[in-house]
Write a protein that binds this ligand. Structure first.
Ligand SMILES: [Ca+2]
Ligand SMILES: [Ca+2]
Length: 615
């Protein structure tokens, strides 16, 4: 967001001569593939006068819209490929007579192709809640003038001071353990008062209560810190995913406090929550009412639900997504609460992003319990009336399947069956797979604090198809249930603050059990970066026998065998059965023990183990 101070041409009009107009997007670029640009102007009574644009070569004023709230004006422009960088000038006359300058910049080098690289299944994503990871700048811990200034690390619902600079400082640590990509929960401004949730007064430390889409929260370091962090990551060959929220905004978003139009939000006669039933989209018997409540019902009372069918709001969000991608240089988007959004809007915004940034990665958070539900919300092979176009989803069914496989008797058969349903997806390799995230119980606790089971689950995560995502701190055995609140699974990474008594970013700060898992994790994660089969290869799997699951990942020249034995007894497996997967190979190398493995003999697989053999 950029503020323009409007200078009155006539000094005697009124006391309201000098006022502020905000323009969104705050600037734009020449040379975008889509020549359309819609400016949204916000300022006192600006819709009551006239707007004129000074001639500018290559830029045409197409139309002006004034909604029922006269504090807004929308200006449609056509920016032709011939337009050069410079400043547009708008003359506004009415209760105020003012001149507004608007900058068209040159695009970053690479024109959206070489700078925004996209994230694939060859990558390893590390999910961070920046407030809780590392404090790189203590001067921004409290920013006076914002609606809440609570800073108390002893309070799980307060802000703790972690920031983007803290993440930037740890990029080398992350790269060393095999991470290629950082996904932070939303970094844009959450200038909200404390909200009553979980029986407590909670701050917007997590980032999902957006109040300004064009400002990175100053407590995270602002736009400057974010741009610098992305550039630093790129210089190291790493990538960054931004977290988008299109379904709702915080109740103190500037446009909620002064609604541009009556239908800006999904309105109901009385508060209506969503029914959270994704089935309404693909259920052939669904009622319109149930679908309206799913899409238009609010997530929670303090998060106004956006009417994404309003074309002006849609333009605002689409241009913001493009703006962030170009301005900061990000490589991918994770889209929050995907299944609660208007379906056509989602397809439109995805197409717009891919048009400007052909390699951009987009996956939606569609929390579904079934592969059918998940597949519906991405490119799929289903015969349904509406076809989603997003590349992938956060794959909850596989998350639950991997957990069950290492925890429950017979769980491997469930995982096998879930993966068999990949027939529903156009390309399951584009799904983001994970064991846990900031909304779930930490996996180590779910697995009864068993490190052997955590290793098995991690083994699956790093070898099953998809874009693997790990959650910060799991590598040092952070644990907890969401009890009494989700803040328990969002604790501070020990050592992220200078005054922390232990620092688990370094080996000396870890107890032996943590160090052992950390080393184990790093070994597989780094091996994965050298293995085209695990990164992007095809899958061949065999029905589990006696709850032992064997599968292969392979390319034309590289082949890996994975064996999961979650039983409390060792297992013997005969290579005879796996001839297709072994493809004539007689010897392999266990990438964890470095031992050679004779594949012509019966193999003894230890209890509670995950084995990776490079053939
Ligand atoms: Ca800080
Ligand atoms: Ca909605």
């Amino acid at each position: 967001m950029k503020s323009f101070v409007l200078f009155a041409s006539f000094v005697c009009l009124s006391l309201n001569l000098l006022s502020q107009v905000n323009v969104y997007p705050s600037h734009w670029w020449v040379g975008m593939k889509d020549s359309r640009l819609q400016l949204m102007l916000h300022g006192k009574d600006i819709g009551k006068g006239s707007v004129r644009m000074n001639p500018y070569p290559g830029v045409r004023l197409q139309g002006i819209h004034v909604p029922e709230n006269k504090n807004y004006v929308f200006i449609d422009l056509q920016v032709s490929p011939a337009a050069k960088p410079g400043k547009l000038q708008f003359k506004m006359a009415g209760t105020q007579s003012v001149t507004l300058q608007y900058e068209l910049k040159a695009r970053e080098k690479g024109n959206g192709i070489t700078r925004n690289k996209g994230v694939t299944s060859a990558d390893l994503v590390y999910l961070i809640m920046p407030d809780r990871f590392s404090n790189g700048d203590t001067t921004n811990d409290v920013v006076q003038g914002l609606r809440e200034t609570m800073h108390n690390r002893k309070n799980p619902w307060s802000r703790h001071g972690g920031d983007i600079k803290g993440v930037q400082n740890k990029l080398d640590y992350l790269q060393d353990i095999g991470v290629t990509t950082v996904w932070m929960t939303p970094v844009v401004e959450n200038n909200m008062p404390l909200m009553h949730e979980w029986g407590n007064d909670v701050a917007g430390y997590h980032g999902y209560w957006i109040t300004d889409h064009y400002n990175v929260d100053p407590r995270f370091g602002g736009n400057k810190a974010y741009k610098e962090m992305v550039a630093t990551a790129h210089n190291k060959g790493m990538k960054v995913i931004q977290d988008a929220v299109y379904n709702h905004v915080g109740s103190h978003h500037w446009f909620i406090l002064d609604l541009p139009m009556k239908d800006w939000l999904n309105n109901w006669p009385a508060y209506q929550g969503s029914n959270h039933k994704e089935e309404v989209f693909f259920d052939p018997y669904t009622s319109k009412l149930d679908k309206d409540i799913m899409v238009g019902g609010w997530f929670v009372p303090h998060l106004p639900d956006l009417n994404l069918r309003n074309s002006f709001l849609a333009n605002y969000l689409i241009q913001n997504a493009i703006w962030c991608t170009e301005e900061f240089g990000i490589d991918g988007w994770r889209v929050d609460t995907y299944k609660y959004c208007d379906e056509q809007f989602m397809n439109t915004i995805n197409t717009a992003l891919e048009k400007e940034f052909p390699k951009i990665t987009i996956f939606g958070e569609s929390w579904c319990n079934t592969p059918l539900g998940s597949a519906y919300f991405t490119q799929n092979n289903l015969d349904v009336p509406f076809k989603h176009n997003v590349q992938g989803v956060t794959d909850f069914p596989i998350a639950f399947g991997m957990k069950d496989a290492v925890l429950n008797p017979g769980g491997t058969a469930q995982l096998y069956s879930l993966l068999a349903q990949d027939a529903l997806y156009k390309n399951p390799l584009r799904n983001c797979i994970f064991l846990e995230n900031h909304d779930m119980d930490r996996i180590l606790s779910v697995l009864g604090n068993s490190v052997p089971r955590l290793k098995m689950a991690t083994g699956l995560l790093l070898t099953v198809r998809g874009i693997p995502q790990v959650y910060y701190g799991t590598e040092v055995l952070m644990k907890n249930f969401k009890n009494p609140s989700d803040a328990e699974v969002r604790r501070d990474f020990p050592g992220g603050w200078q005054q922390d008594p232990v620092n688990k970013f370094i080996p000396e700060g870890r107890i032996p059990e943590e160090q052992e898992y950390h080393t184990w994790f790093k070994k597989i994660a780094r091996y994965r970066l050298t293995s085209p089969a695990l990164q992007t290869g095809k899958t061949l799997h065999y029905q589990p026998n006696d709850n032992v699951y064997v599968y292969f990942r392979y390319t034309s020249s590289h082949r890996v065998m994975c064996i999961l034995n979650p039983n409390s007894t060792s297992a013997k497996i005969s290579s005879e059965r796996f001839q297709q997967g072994l493809a004539g190979k007689k010897q392999g190398r266990n990438i964890l023990s470095e031992q050679l493995v004779d594949l012509t003999q019966t193999m003894e697989v230890p209890a509670l183990s995950f084995t990776i053999i490079e053939l």
